[in-house]
Design a binder for this molecule. Sequence first.
Ligand SMILES: [Zn+2]
Length: 484
Amino acid sequence: MRLYDSFSRQIIPLPDPKTRELTFYCCGPTVYGPAHIGNFRTFLMQDVLRRVIQATGGRIKHVRNLTDVDDKTIRQSRAEGKTLAEFTSLWTQRFHEDCAALNILPPHVEPGAVAHIPQQIALIQKLLDKGHAYTTPDGSVYFRIESYPNYGNLSRLAERQTTTSSFPSQLTERETADEYNRDSAADFALWKARKPEDGDNFWTAPWGQGRPGWHIECSSMCLHHLGATTDIHSGGIDLLFPHHENEIAQSEAATGTTFVRHWFHIHHLMVEGAKMSKSLGNLYTLADVQARGHSAADLRYLLISGHYRQELNFTMDGLHAARSALRRLAKFYTLLGGNPHSFKANYDLPPPETQEIQRGPFARFWAALLEDLNTPAALGELFSIITPLQPHVAAGNYPPEEIPLIRGAFERVIYSLGLDLAEPKCDPPSEVKQLAEQRFTAKKARDYKLADSLRDKIQCLGWNVKDTREGYSLEMIPRNNLKN
Ligand SMILES: [Zn+2]
């Protein structure tokens, strides 16, 4: 398989996962609230990469961490009067539920930062011993960027600095929160000294009490579980700088060897053409999508349908199109004798026959995925393969002995994308149910004007209300503008 590497900025081959197990580290969620659909785009593309490697007969060890201690988790847990562990375990559970609904395979190891504090302290100590870090009078520890000449190679910092003054302005909220005491503004915190507002959330290190910085959490979990050099390290594109730049610096300064062979970054998700942001109120969660009458399966299809190196625009029409595409795939599977409701894209597939990937009926689909995980091209190939096949299979013109072979090959395709072909049970969102109930009451009171305006409101939300003998029923309005 070939995959774009953000460090070399080239599409380069991955090591052959059939000859040895690849190691794959993904920066996981900060568990202080529900993950939004932009986060899930990243986790889904990572899932597809893993599935493609597994489905084509390779082996991969997947580690995805949980950031369960940082400014936000501490602040929010204290605001809610919960211990940090109580608070983060609730959001971890919610994250796991969302991942399960979206058919994201659980990582083989899911380390939490709090459970790896000793490893983080040991790594910081090593950096102090080697002169790459220094303590400040308040008891914090910083990484000295000057001590690591390769700093900035991932994000091409030197180029950016000559054209813009992007360095200080790109410091994230996490970074700017700790801009004190350091020798150079670019130096980043490895350890943050205990502050009154941290409450009980501090640990004791040889240089004092406090807690680790976000970057060192990831590096130490990655080094601990996957060794000094990891094959693939991944996250959203917004993590490239400074998070991944800092991870490289502190890890390589400590180990003296290459931290990551291949950097895999997933680009932003837009919502209805706009950037996702708290202020625009468009940080949709899976629950928000479900409340609008769509399933996790629709969302998964939509979020993997764009190339991971391009921005993807999330729209409600896109979700309708996703549902329609899934229906077409389910219909094809049914024609092949499969049952969309019992097919689960989360079991362990047997390795493919030697010829299946390169010369089987879905060879073009695989070729697209194996060249830089091109999911839109792969989906295009998939439909261009099944569309002409479908009438032959439906008419019974296909040699019956070949049907199980195609069905098996098709199941591998569906597995690799993690699609759920079952027709979801779409419950009307509570807002629609309430409006329908109000309309029913208005009709009984013969207030037809109000009833009609409520019907319009319901239609605007994408539902039709029909009067029945028992009262009324709600049906989702089918969209006609669906092209695949
Ligand atoms: Zn990370």
